[in-house]
Structures are given as structure tokens and as C-alpha cells.
Design a protein around this ligand. Structure first.
Ligand code: HEC
Length: 102
């Protein structure tokens, strides 16, 4: 169990660094609503995600992708932007957001 976890973690870390560039590219499609530094409330419906950690962002994105998240009536918009992205891409954009200026 522990071994499996650490292998998963290593793969996760390697993938993360390779995908950071993709994350920056993907985030360009998010910046219009969330702000260039992810420090805006998107359409006054979201919180400022720049303070969030990678896991929290990733989990939220996965839920939007499957249509299972809708906090302030904007879930449908987020579904539109996440449904065409793979889990790896969601992870990379989540990672990228954590590198932005607070
Ligand atoms: C058209 C505007 C728009 C775009 C583009 C957009 N978002 Fe959002 N985002 C929203 C809105 C509106 C919400 C609030 C949704 C709700 O009611 O649950 C939201 C919520 C979120 C949340 C959860 C915030 C919270 O307060 O719970 C995250 C994380 C997020 N977006 C990340 C992204 C990422 C990453 C992208 C790019 C892949 C993106 N968004 C693109 C409008 C947008």
C-alpha cells in the first residue's frame, strides 16, 4: 500500500513538471473569467482560486467536468471549459494556478 502510494506520487510529480507548460497554455482560456492571476471572482460567482492548493482546485475541476458541482449557478459554464480537458490537463492547470502571484 505504502509502496503503491509512493510510486503513484513519483509519477504524479514527474508528470506535473512536464505539464506545467501545458497548464500555462490552458489557463489562458480560464483567465478571461478568473483573472490573469486567478485573483478575481469569476462573474461574481466563484471564490478567488489563487489562494487554493493544487488538490482543491483539481478536485473542483473534476467535479465540474462530470457535472457534479454547481455552487452559485455557474457550474454549467465550468463544465463547458473542463469537459474537453483530460485529467492530466486539469492537473496541469491546477498546478499552474498554484504558481501564480498571490
Ligand atoms: C466563462 C467564465 C469562466 C471560465 C472561462 C472559467 N471559469 Fe471557472 N468558474 C466560473 C464560474 C461562474 C464559477 C462558479 C461556478 C459555480 O457556481 O459553481 C467558476 C468556478 C471555478 C472554480 C471553483 C471556485 C469556487 O469558488 O468554488 C475553479 C477551481 C475554477 N472555476 C477554475 C477554472 C479553470 C481552471 C478554468 C479554465 C480551464 C476556468 N475555471 C474557466 C467561470 C469561468
Amino acid at each position: 500500500m505504502k509502496k503503491k502510494l509512493s510510486i503513484t506520487l513519483s509519477i504524479f510529480l514527474i508528470t506535473n513538471s512536464l505539464l506545467l507548460a501545458d497548464g500555462a497554455k490552458i489557463f489562458k482560456t480560464c483567465a478571461g473569467c478568473h483573472g490573469k492571476n486567478a485573483n478575481m471572482s469569476a462573474l461574481n460567482k466563484s471564490r478567488k482560486i489563487v489562494d487554493w492548493d493544487e488538490k482543491r482546485i483539481f478536485e473542483a475541476l473534476k467535479e465540474y467536468k462530470t457535472g457534479n458541482r454547481n455552487i452559485n449557478g455557474g457550474g454549467i459554464m465550468m463544465k463547458h471549459y473542463t469537459k474537453k480537458l483530460s485529467e492530466a490537463e486539469l492537473k496541469s492547470v491546477a498546478k499552474y494556478i498554484t504558481t501564480l502571484k498571490k
